[in-house]
Write a protein that binds this ligand. Structure first.
Ligand code: ADP
Length: 489
């Protein structure tokens, strides 16, 4: 039987290989932590050689569970987006460390472009804001600061790519491609453009010829070198992690929305074939491209979600495990007026205030750790409520919200989200939706299903539904308190 799907999930903190059966059930997985390098304040780097070595090792670890490479129909890849790898096409070796999505070193370059009046044009063409988060300015930084990168560019052997592009190059022995979802995070691809845009490359100072060819996200995208796994395996699915999670949540129709609560929180709403234009500082991005047909999404990212709970655990020591916050929250009828604004790393969408800082307000002698833990969880619903308001102002009202990510395990938080948003919240039984989305793309791309919606129907599994259950006056009181605290932050 050759219908297993091997998913390679290259996250920010770990590499995973996951083996799925064609009905979407996970059969086996392997995981290795990824080293984080912080050479200076605000700088975050990965070793691209380690990313490749671990991917190969994890894949080789799970393939025997399928009964060998001959039993694997296809590979799907999903990855941390925006991170830039530079390598030499001739040697296949990285030229410098990868600059990770979180890295802020290109803020001066972004400020210069903003001051030059380019933000409106960039937003209109790419759906993105002039922020160091995206890949383009990271590539430019490498050109300006890494002699090996510049030399390779002069020789014509430089390759730039995001992480899926790097992995495909290594897996196939030299194919240089990037899928449309990852490409749409570089600031070098127009939302309506088929390939990277020469004008945007000139604006950012990135050599167009070093960029990959932009491809579909499902279909015949490449074939692994036979020497790697003892047999060629087709690569038939590629997607950036948030797009993959949106597909894994089966948000395939316009208006369908998912929110992933991990370290940060990422909300995407399917916009169908309509190119999104936000007037509320949300991002427009490519959700899928199959057979050349695109769908788009509006995206809002919140910087601090689960990392707030980690901070309660590791810095304040008020819980020993993240999961304890649930029992603490349930032990109280309310937070006793305590409000947490999780701006520990500034505020992301829809506020975009890098200089904002976190605060805990409303403390009294009656406040204990349970109040702070509850207020921290309540902050997730408050932040999501602000996003819902911005999405609605852009013409996109949510009817239900499908949640996932490590924090979604917190059932109290899931109910609180439904209460504060005033809409049903759904949580899938299988919460690894990022990997599942790549499996769906790969399964459809390999022809195991006739199209992506068939794959999603067969592979998505059951969901638990949480319906709103909170008096409106309580809801309004909380939102009022949140607004006041937010202004102070
Ligand atoms: P990422 O993929 O960003 O590394 P995960 O999706 O694995 O993150 O989610 C882990 C985060 O979720 C951690 O920051 C952790 O603090 C938080 N978390 C995990 N379980 C719970 C829980 N039961 N309640 C609240 N937060 C949780």
């Amino acid at each position: 039987m050759s219908d297993y799907i091997l998913v390679l999930d290259e996250g920010t903190t770990s590499t995973r290989a996951m083996l799925f059966a064609s009905d979407g059930v996970l059969q086996a997985s392997a995981q290795k932590d990824l080293s984080q390098h912080y050479p200076k304040g605000g700088w975050v780097e990965h070793d691209a050689a380690q990313i490749w070595a671990q991917t190969l090792a994890c894949a080789r670890e799970v393939i025997p569970a399928a009964g060998g490479a001959a039993c694997i129909a296809a590979i799907g890849i999903t990855n941390q987006r925006e991170t830039v790898v530079a390598w030499d096409k001739a040697t296949g070796e990285p030229l410098t460390r990868a600059i990770v999505w979180q890295d802020r070193r290109t803020e001066p370059l972004c400020a210069k472009l903003r001051d030059g009046g380019h933000e409106a044009e960039v937003q209109q063409r790419t759906g993105l804001l002039l922020d160091p988060y995206f890949s383009g300015t990271k590539m430019r930084w490498m050109m300006d600061n890494v002699p090996e990168v510049r030399a390779a560019s002069e020789k014509g052997t430089l390759a730039f790519g995001t992480v899926e592009s790097w992995l495909v190059f290594k897996l196939t022995g030299g194919q240089h491609i990037s899928d449309a979802s990852n490409a749409s995070r570089t600031m070098l691809l127009e939302l309506a453009g088929a390939q990277f845009d020469a004008g945007l490359c000139d604006l950012l100072g990135v050599p167009h010829e070093a960029l990959p060819h932009v491809t579909d996200m499902s279909g015949d995208l490449g074939v692994t070198d036979a020497s790697l796994f003892g047999r060629k395996i087709p690569i038939t699915g590629l997607a950036g992690d948030q797009q993959s999670a949106t597909i894994g949540q089966a948000c395939l129709s316009p208006g369908e929305t998912k929110a992933t609560y991990g370290t940060g929180a990422f909300v995407l709403t399917n916009q169908g074939a309509v190119i999104p234009r936000s007037s509320n500082r949300l991002l427009g991005t490519i959700l899928s491209q199959i057979g050349g047909e695109r769908t788009y999404a509006i995206e809002g990212s919140v910087f601090v979600a689960g990392s707030l709970i980690q901070w309660l655990r590791d810095s304040l020591g008020i819980v020993e495990t993240a999961a304890e916050t649930e029992a603490l929250a349930r032990s109280l009828g309310d937070s006793g007026g305590v409000t947490v604004v999780p701006a520990l790393a500034g505020l992301g969408a829809p506020h975009w205030r890098a200089e904002a800082r976190g605060l805990i307000s409303g403390l009294s002698f009656a406040s204990g750790k349970a109040h702070v833990a509850r207020a921290a969880l309540e902050a997730m619903a408050h932040q999501t409520h602000d996003l819902a308001t911005a999405f609605a102002a852009d013409g996109t009202s949510w009817e239900t919200l499908r949640i996932d990510g490590g924090m979604a395990a917190n059932t109290w938080m899931a109910q609180d989200l439904a209460n504060m948003l005033g809409i049903p919240v759904e949580r899938p039984a299988f919460v690894e939706t990022t990997a599942l989305g790549a499996a769906m793309l790969a399964a459809a791309g390999a022809g195991l299903y006739s199209d992506l919606s068939q794959a999603a129907e067969a592979m998505a599994g059951n969901r638990t539904r949480f319906v709103p259950d909170l008096p409106d006056d309580v809801r309004q009181e909380r939102l009022g308190r949140w607004k006041t605290a937010l202004a102070a932050a």
